[in-house]
Design a protein around this ligand. Structure first.
Ligand SMILES: O=C(O)C[C@H](Nc1ncnc2c1ncn2[C@@H]1O[C@H](COP(=O)(O)O)[C@@H](O)[C@H]1O)C(=O)O
Length: 460
């Protein structure tokens, strides 16, 4: 048999590449290496700007040329780094050699020894992860979830007044509107997205065990913590002053817990829409040429929502695992974080894929008002709550002497099918005020939605 290898093992890099490829800009091996080069280059510029060890500030042109190795980082550089790592067997050392070679090519060999100066690998790695994860979240994941929230909000407004039977415990319950139910999800996801937007991205830059030992022995008079803080902040990150060799990764645990939370709410949305489709509330718009079932030609399956469900579970499994493992490291460091962090893109990739499917799925469903109306019309007993509540108010107001209205309505409706005529006859016979009676007689299941429609208007 002909060998098929090498092939991508992950579907994110195979069939789903087009949906999640944008994340690779940041959360791939190449994205990480480019950020590592950026941190090394910026550290060189920061040191020369401060004239460390008699060095001179680089000219604007020299700085621009140095920074261009970051902005023009491409396949040739990826390959060169792979070649260097094959020798060093140390990924960050390979980056250091790559930067040194770039300095040579730029005629800046005199500052070569400032490359990676006083740094441990984690000084470069933690800043690179903070940069790449921040950019992936802000430039890719958050815009996508905002697209989904916008699509949900638009559907909520569209179906603002579409009365729908509720189901609590799967049983017919006080009606609502489809718009209000979709608005609940938009509201929940909006809150979580705002929390994710506000997540902190911390960075440490303090040497082999977080003590600035090498820094101080090389230059005792420099205010190293201040230099470190300024450098970390210059990368748009928040300075972490107190760590072991590694950044403590608490910001990552916080972020992944929030994204995982968003995943679970999205999962709830996906399974609810799936259920509404199954009830016939939503029709799926068939795509020309597409097949639902390989054997049952009539079918249009809710595959967008089922794909999302599975990928949200996978994403949360990865992100929960990262959030859990990253906050522990034996004594001053072990390398488990390094191995685990290589899967950050997997966690975000499955979530992004699910968001893409939900977004597409939301664009392929049509509400069927006739099914909603028929379901409401078949469940007049849900008005039992309305009637017993009005009777209570009438009793308190002195217009009725009915004792235990709840029991009265329970006797009429519990576990029974009650039609419009039954209820009308029951209401006619009630000892309550005329206005209340008229209000109850005018009520239908579809009209018993409270202020569900107006609640949709509360969406920002
Ligand atoms: O500044 C340092 O390097 C400090 C050093 N600890 C290390 N810190 C960061 N990276 C390290 C460390 N050790 C190994 N490596 C490199 O990690 C890579 C692990 O490769 P893989 O198992 O493929 O994920 C692979 O490239 C390894 O070479 C220490 O001893 O404290």
């Amino acid at each position: 048999m002909t060998s098929l290898a090498p092939q991508p093992l992950s579907p994110l890099d195979g069939r789903y590449r087009s949906a999640v490829g944008e994340l690779g800009e940041h959360l791939s091996e190449a994205g990480l290496n480019r950020a590592r080069v950026q941190v090394e280059v910026e550290w060189l510029i920061a040191q020369t700007d401060r004239r460390f060890f008699g060095s001179s500030p680089l000219s604007a042109e020299q700085q621009a040329r140095l920074r261009s190795i970051v902005t023009e980082f491409g396949q040739a550089d990826i390959d060169e780094l792979a070649g260097l790592e094959a020798t060093t067997r140390h990924d960050v050392k390979a980056v250091e050699y790559y930067v040194r070679r770039s300095l040579e090519l730029l005629g800046l060999d005199d500052i070569a020894e400032l490359t990676h100066f006083a740094c441990t690998s984690e000084d470069i790695n933690n800043l690179s992860y903070a940069i790449t994860v921040r950019d992936a979240v802000r430039e890719v994941w958050l815009p996508k979830i905002r697209d989904v929230i916008d699509a949900l909000a638009a559907l909520a407004v569209e179906h603002r007044d579409a009365a729908m039977l509720s189901r609590t415990h799967g049983q017919p319950a006080t009606p609502t509107t489809m718009g209000k139910e979709l608005a609940v999800f938009a509201h929940r996801l909006g809150r979580i997205a705002a929390q994710i937007e506000a997540n902190e991205y911390l960075g440490k830059f303090s040497g082999a065990t977080g003590t600035f030992s090498a820094h101080v022995v090389a230059a005792p008079d420099v205010a190293w913590p201040e230099v470190s803080r300024e450098f970390v902040e210059s990368l748009g990150l928040m300075w972490n002053p107190l760590t072991t060799q590694i950044e403590s990764h608490d910001w990552q645990a916080e972020l992944y817990a929030k994204v995982s939370h968003a995943n679970r709410v999205l999962h709830n949305l996906a399974t609810d829409i799936w259920t509404y489709i199954s009830l016939g509330y939503f029709r799926q718009i068939p795509t020309a040429g597409a097949t639902g079932s390989s054997t049952m030609p009539h079918k249009v399956n809710p595959i967008r929502f089922e794909n999302a469900e599975a990928n949200l579970e996978l994403s949360s499994a990865v992100l929960d695992s990262l959030a859990s493992t990253l906050v522990t490291s034996r004594m001053q460091r072990d390398l488990t974080d390094s191995s685990a962090q290589r899967n950050i893109g997997v966690g975000f990739g499955h979530s992004l894929l699910a968001l893409d499917n939900i977004q597409r799925g939301l664009g392929e469903i049509d509400l069927d008002p006739d099914v909603l109306a028929a379901d409401l019309d078949g469940n007049w007993e849900v008005l039992g709550e309305a009637i017993q509540t009005v009777i209570r108010a009438e009793v308190v107001a002195g217009r009725s002497t009915i004792t235990d209205p709840y029991a009265l309505l329970k006797g009429l409706t519990r576990g029974k099918r009650v039609g419009a005529a039954d209820l009308a006859a029951f209401i006619e016979g009630l000892e309550i005020g005329d206005a209340a009676k008229r209000r109850l007689l005018a009520l239908t299941p579809g009209g018993y939605t409270g202020i569900a429609s107006e609640l949709v208007d509360r969406l920002g």
